[in-house]
Structures are given as structure tokens and as C-alpha cells.
Design a protein around this ligand. Sequence first.
Ligand code: FER
Length: 317
Amino acid sequence: MSRYPELLALSLFLACPVARSQGAGVPAGSAADPSRAGLPPDPRAAFGRPVVLGPDDKPAFDDPPAGFATRRDNIPHGRLEMVDYDSKTVETRRRMQVYTPPGYSTAKRYPVLYLLHGIGGDEAEWERYATPDVLLDNLIADGRAVPMIIVMPNGRAQKNDRPVGDLFAAAPAFATFERDLLDDVIPAIESRYSVQADREHRALAGLSMGGGQTLNIGLTHLETFAWLGGFSSAPNTRPPAELVPDPEKAKRLLKLMWLSCGNRDGLINFSQGMHTYLKEKGVPHVWHVDGNGHDAAHWRNALYHFAQKIFRPSTVE
Ligand code: FER
């Protein structure tokens, strides 16, 4: 998100209309956490909004084992490459980062995970936060994940897509990205890589703004994606009843609906709202609340678990 997370957390809080309108004016880490009295605001408890936890808001999984994101020399490695594509949506040439698994071969066809970044990020953000290539190399070597392609596009669909200036001013471009993803990114990937081009072999997941994009785009395009993961989804998330107007259809088509958030994340209410709605409507989903904030630890851990569940027989009840 930034090389200076404290400053970014503070500036996001100051710029955040939702936080300000709810009067959540307590800087993160002060009143909410007496153990931090006298310390600078805790960047992990971003946005300074009060977190109210309910009985369902607990971990569904243990934290990953030590070393899960450490590169191992004695296993096969995949490849990470930066790829250009023509975007009709933005009318420019754009970039995305693509991971191909160890032994990638055009003699096989692979499922694809599209992985979306946050408001301060770009196509390189996931790599900075979570090294998805290392994570997947390890999981695949241990037989815990299916060999897959991971596509990390730039979710800010506008001509200048660098995370500069007022980050919130680009919020509309994160909505425009729906067309860029469906009309430009996916066709470019499917024409260049050896992929299984159907809904059951496409997953969409993202962190924060990218989590909101995942829910907004994925739940309204179940003909395109069967596996969805919203990590710490941001206020760009549309109301659950708009995204899932037909719960029976969602039940029939979703192979995995993953929602997760840290229990110190001031944006948790957006994920809680989606969990409550899906629970009420009987739509099976994962609801995983761990001990992190709005931070890379949550996103790395979420990807570790999510990547093991996709493109396999569905196990969620
Ligand atoms: C907001 C607060 C946070 C918001 C977006 C975010 C669109 C996104 C944060 C992130 O991506 O980390 O009010 O409004």
C-alpha cells in the first residue's frame, strides 16, 4: 500500500468519508487498545473505526505454518512475468503480473486465479505483500494446491493508473475495472496462456478495494467465476441484497464464497454485513476472522488458505 503504512493509514482515515461521517475520530491504537497508550497509532488497526465483534467473528482456520511464504531452493519454481495488454476500456496499453506454475506447459490447460490489489496498490502490490509465487510454489510442491496461473492486473482502470495523489479520487476507476477485467484482461490471458476457459476454472479474489471489486464483479457474473474471495473488503462493496438478489442462484453456482477479515480492521463491518446476509439466506460460505488488522499479514494468510480450496471439490457447508 505504501512504504509508510502509518502515514497511509492516517491519510486514509482522514480521507475516508465513511469513517468521518460515523464520527469514529479515535486514532487507531489509542482508546481501543490500552496496551498502546503513548505509542504512535497502530497502522494495522487502519481507519480508526470501532470494531464490534459478534459470536461468528472468529477464525475458521489456524494461522499458516512457519515458513509458508519462504522461498525453498529444493523445490521446482514457477515464473513471474510482467505482461502488457491492449485495454479497449481504458484505451491504453496496461500491465499485469502473471505467475505460471512450475513446469507450465502448453500441453496442459490451467485454471486461473485473478487477484486484485487495494486502493494504494498496483499490479505489483500482491507480490510486495504476499509473494504469491513463493506461496504457490510451496503449496504445489506439498500437494496442497492445484497448479494454477495467477493474474495480478491493475484495478485502477484509468489512463494514469499509478497510485499517486489523492488515492480516493480514483475510486470510480476501480468500478470501471469491471469492464477492463471482463472485456480486456480475461480475453488477453485466454489468448496467450494455456488455460481452462470456463467458470469452474476461474477464481476472483482481492484485498480491500480488490475485495470489494471481487464481490461486486464476481457475484454479478457467476457465469464467469465460480470461486470468489473477498479479503478485508472495502467500502466500495455494494449492498449484499444488490449483489445477491437471487440466493438460490448463488447457491447453485458458487463453488466457494470466501469472506475474511482481521478482527482489528476498522473496515470489518462490510465483510460482517455480507456474512450476515449470506447466512440469513442460507448461502454456504467461509467466514474467517483472524487476529490481524487491515494489513499484509491478513492478506498473505488469506491467500494461503484460499489457494488451497479453489479448483478442488467444494467443501464449504
Ligand atoms: C474508504 C476507506 C478505505 C474507501 C476505500 C478504502 C472507497 C480502501 C482501502 C484499501 O484498499 O486498502 O472509505 O472508499
